[in-house]
Design a protein around this ligand. Structure first.
Ligand code: ADP
Ligand code: MG
Length: 242
């Protein structure tokens, strides 16, 4: 069974129908990159997957659990989904270490000691072993984003959602964040990544999905999507961004 199954997903805000019947399956260990113009519903889609938004209609099944099923323990499903946002969203009054250990300790996933050990290991993974005691605002954007990734990983998720994780970064910071994401992908993490980094999508994605007007217009292997786009919509989009 696919790890993520989305069937006929609709989401409206008042009269504005943002998602208009999305269908997508993501397999275990698969990396799916989502591209598409601003306002096409990419963020809304990711928020639905994480139950930050409730769909108007349709079905989302994650690791076999139907999110709309009353019997599903949504909090447990969500603990297994890590999310990384464009603007990091670190807690500004907490140190790097405290940011990373807060959720696992509060949710009784780990003792303080184990959580500290895990956090140190994760900081090493993201190249910030020496920043455990730093405060977020003393770090660069790229460093803050890598802390945000470490914080998400501290919950030991088996799916990671990224919403334009490098869009708010100065160009020289982008590579370090993408390198961390590449490492994660190589380690077998199931990932859905909304991104404008076409180079990353080409290199890392198993599949690229093009979204426009609240629907998936086209999807396929990176080479097919980037080098042989079928729809004029996608051709036009690629001409603008590449
Ligand atoms: P994308 O991430 O592709 O740029 P979004 O999912 O952010 O697109 O937004 C798609 C549309 O949904 C936009 O028209 C936006 O204004 C609208 N929208 C998103 N979130 C909300 C909200 N919480 N309330 C009302 N409208 C929203
Ligand atoms: Mg968005």
């Amino acid at each position: 069974m696919a790890k993520v199954i989305v069937k006929d997903l609709h989401k409206s805000y008042g009269d504005n129908e943002v998602l208009k019947g999305l269908n997508l399956e993501v397999q275990d260990n698969e990396v799916v990159c989502m591209i598409g113009p601003s306002g096409s519903g990419k963020s809304t889609f990711l928020r639905c997957l994480n139950d930050l938004e409730v769909p108007t209609k349709g079905q989302i099944i994650i690791s076999g659990y139907d999110l709309s099923d009353k019997g599903t323990n949504i909090n447990l499903v969500r603990e297994n989904i890590g999310m990384v946002f464009q603007h990091f969203n670190l807690f500004p009054h907490l140190s790097v270490m405290q940011n990373i250990t807060l959720a696992p300790v509060q949710l009784n996933k780990e003792s303080k000691e184990t959580a500290d050990e895990t956090a140190h290991a994760l900081l090493k993974t993201v190249g910030l072993a020496d920043k455990a005691d730093a405060m977020p605002n003393s770090l660069s954007g790229g460093q803050q984003q890598r802390v945000a990734i470490a914080r998400a990983l501290a919950m030991k998720p088996n799916i990671m959602l990224f919403d334009e994780p490098t869009s708010a970064l100065d160009p020289e910071m982008v590579g370090d964040v993408l390198d961390v994401m590449k490492k994660l992908a190589a380690g077998g993490m199931t990932m859905i990544v909304v991104t404008h980094e076409m180079g990353f999508a080409k290199e890392v994605a198993d599949r690229v999905v093009f979204m426009a007007d609240g629907q998936i217009q086209e999807s396929g292997k990176p080479d097919d999507v980037f080098d042989h786009p079928k729809s004029p919509r996608l051709q036009d989009f690629l001409n603008k961004v590449i």
